[in-house]
Design a protein around this ligand. Sequence first.
Ligand SMILES: NC(=O)c1ccc[n+]([C@@H]2O[C@H](COP(=O)([O-])OP(=O)(O)OC[C@H]3O[C@@H](n4cnc5c(N)ncnc54)[C@H](O)[C@@H]3O)[C@@H](O)[C@H]2O)c1
Length: 410
Amino acid sequence: MQFKRWNDICLCAERDLFPADAVSVEQPFAPLVFLVHRDGKTCRGLYAVSSLQEVGEEESLRCLLPVADSDEDTELSRFVAKNGATVLNTAFQNGFSVLQQYLTPKRGGYRVTLVGLGDVGGTVLTGLKLLGHEIDEIAIFDPNTALCDRYEMELNQVLQAEDGKPLPRVTVCREESLFDCDLFIFTATRGVPPLGTQVRDVRMAQFDANRAMLEAYALKARQAQFKGLFCQVSDPVDHLARAVFLRSNCDDSGAFDGCGLLPEQVQGFGLGVMAARAAYYAGKEGVDFSQGRAYGPHGQGLVVANCPDDGYDDALSCRLTELTGTANLRVRDLGFKPYIAPGLSSAAVSILRLLRGEDHYGAVPLNGVYFGCTSRMTWQGIKLYRESICNELLKRLEETHHQLRAFDYT
Ligand SMILES: NC(=O)c1ccc[n+]([C@@H]2O[C@H](COP(=O)([O-])OP(=O)(O)OC[C@H]3O[C@@H](n4cnc5c(N)ncnc54)[C@H](O)[C@@H]3O)[C@@H](O)[C@H]2O)c1
């Protein structure tokens, strides 16, 4: 292993993946970043590790399990165990500038762009306005300019609570400033199937039209060399997150060139409401859900578990999965489009938890798909929540991961 100093960061690699102006040093120092070169299309780009074993670990669902014990006891392994480190895949042109952005995180004062002010977008905006004390400004955008003006007026007329905590200011975003932000939240759709229509899956039915609409935004993110986080909320969340990542990294001929967003710069937000719905139905059935988990996509392939390891009950977990996966239909049956719990749980609360560095539900890159699970955004990169998962549950997760991977994006 070689160590080099670059902009007060210690880069470490087995071969010459260093920037030209990096200077050799003898010893590792913090912040430590391992440089690797892996296939950009299917491998992670920038993530946090707590042990040296994780640096070379094969990318799979096993990354959600505790790290296997190792006999390795070297100065470097002890350094990583003590200080943590980052892994950066040099397959991406903007990797080093995004790395610098991560390692010098903001603490509050965020600028957020919110695109799409329909039912979900309006609810997300309301949630962020009331709860997002660390956000300075929410810049809103929708082709319906009356909607923008309406929300600019109404949400700047919200009274501050007695606790005196600051509320973000809401502004109307100009199209050329869309990516002048830390977080870009996308809730727009070309059309949710209306109530009463017979479609097998209201989420997948939107894929083609929403992907086509998102292409323009993915391209803008690429052109702006966006360094923040693209939060994908509209459906189908997990597939569109991958479509944004792929499109931002393709040249005009459609070839993947790694000149767009790193995989971790896109995150899907749809699992939060699934976890909340699962807890709701567990409560209705008098089932303990204090150890409950949700994994996988916001839709077909969702996996709910009453508990990840000892105490996992497959029949109960499959029943909760079914109730959760069809919960939206029960609201639709009442004659309403469900958007309040989704806007608040999947997006507003989950995104704020991410900003606060807390565990949250989101779809993060894992072995060529965006996989819904618990993770944390740290200054060293995304950290997956690792814990024991019993084989029966792991098998369900593998099936769902396999289905996501088999999806055809061409
Ligand atoms: N992630 C979740 O948990 C979750 C849950 C429920 C629904 N959703 C999804 O959220 C999305 C939004 O649903 P909704 O009920 O708010 O829809 P909606 O029809 O009420 O609103 C869509 C908005 O998108 C805007 N829009 C259309 N084209 C646009 C473009 N090119 N650029 C910017 N904005 C554009 C429209 O003007 C409209 O304001 C849907 O895909 C829905 O399925 C997600």
